[in-house]
Design a protein around this ligand. Structure first.
Ligand code: ACO
Length: 330
């Protein structure tokens, strides 16, 4: 294999996504929780979050299966064969196993071998982190055709007796093919983390001596997350716009992490963007963590909303605490 050449830019050449078939509405979930004595309602969930439904993977469907389906779609939309991929980066907090990485399992399921493959763990910011790393590797010449994936089975780490968290999340996957290009492409990227806030959103359980030590379920201080998220999403969006020499007026589409419609509306408002520039899938997907941004991008591309040449702002925020943004010409 010859060494790839450094590229001026990276550009998304294809998108794909996958949702497991089981769709669970708020009413379905309220009925299931009610049977365990946990009270919630469609009204509460819609009013506080904008979520109406989410998809849950069957117990025998691992994260890599969702990722492979999304990847195949992305490869088809880019018009390339899996054998041409020379880098796989997969963002997840719900991997198939402790190791090997889910990216390596995806590589095997795609029937390819030899290229670099690794996971990125930045929770709901994972896809923005993965895309930024892939962009850097393409521009330094370490790769020319990357598969960048966000895939999650968050249903596996939800405590279905905790109504403050279990109504918020869903399972799914999204993927893009990112290729070396002479024209932009990704215009500017920025990543941040602040580990002082690790406890406000975490799944602390870890394996030790054959047992899970600590809580194996997601726990969250919702209000603390809310306050931090709105502030950092505005700051990082402005920062990537500055880096790219663009302004809010240049943004055709804002695709923030799909956690809560109120956070998303708050971010659009701070950036003075009308709500019809906001891509919203949280209503149908819930919060799919690292999968939410590539899923929303693919839905918007297939709906004919996001078109070639449009300027798109992707923004992630999540556990860590982590956040980041990517500004791109699609
Ligand atoms: N159904 C019914 N009632 C509920 C539910 C539920 N599912 N969950 C909580 N409640 C009750 C609470 O018990 C409380 O009752 P009380 O007043 O009698 O004590 C009441 O509703 C209000 O609870 P709050 O926690 O104050 O509700 P809030 O308005 O803050 O909304 C929420 C909670 C939706 C989690 C909000 O804080 C939020 O959106 N935070 C952002 C966090 C987020 O989106 N996280 C996603 C992951 S993080 C990420 O991806 C970045």
């Amino acid at each position: 294999m010859t060494s790839p050449l450094p590229a001026s830019y990276s550009r998304i050449s294809g998108t794909g996504s996958f949702l497991p078939p089981q769709r669970v509405t708020n009413a379905d979930l309220a009925a299931q929780l009610g049977a365990k004595g946990v009270e919630t309602s469609d009204d509460w969930i819609v009013a506080r979050t904008g979520i109406r439904a989410r998809h849950f993977a069957a117990p025998d469907m691992p994260c890599s299966d969702l990722a492979v389906e999304a990847s195949r779609q992305a490869l088809a939309s880019a018009g390339i064969d899996a054998s041409q991929i020379d880098l796989i980066i997969l963002a997840t907090s719900t991997p198939d196993m402790v190791f090997p990485s889910t990216a390596c399992i995806v590589q095997r399921k795609l029937g390819i071998q030899g290229c670099a493959a690794f996971d990125v763990q930045a929770v709901c910011s994972g896809f923005v982190y993965a895309l930024t790393v892939a962009d850097s590797m393409i521009r330094t010449g370490a790769a020319r055709k990357a598969l960048v994936i966000g895939a999650e089975v968050f249903s596996r780490i939800l405590d279905f007796t905790d109504r403050t968290t279990c109504v918020l999340f869903g399972d799914g996957a999204g993927a893009v093919v990112l290729e070396a290009s002479d024209t932009p492409g990704l215009l500017a990227t920025e990543l941040h983390a602040d580990g002082r806030y690790a406890e406000i959103l975490c799944t602390p359980g870890a394996m030790s001596g054959g047992q899970v030590m600590g809580l194996p379920f997601l726990k969250m201080d919702g209000q603390a997350v809310f306050k931090l998220a709105v502030g950092v999403l505005e700051d990082v969006a402005r920062s990537v716009l500055d880096k790219a020499g663009r302004t809010e007026a240049d943004i055709d589409w804002l695709i923030p992490h799909q956690a809560n419609i109120r956070i998303m509306h708050g971010t659009a408002k701070k950036l003075k963007l009308s709500l019809d520039k906001l891509v919203v899938t949280v209503d149908e997907h819930g919060n799919t963590s690292a999968a939410s941004i590539p899923l929303a991008l693919d839905v918007a591309v297939r709906a004919g909303s996001v078109k070639r040449g449009d300027t798109v702002m992707l923004e992630g925020v999540g556990g860590g605490f982590t956040w980041g943004a990517v500004l791109l010409d699609f």
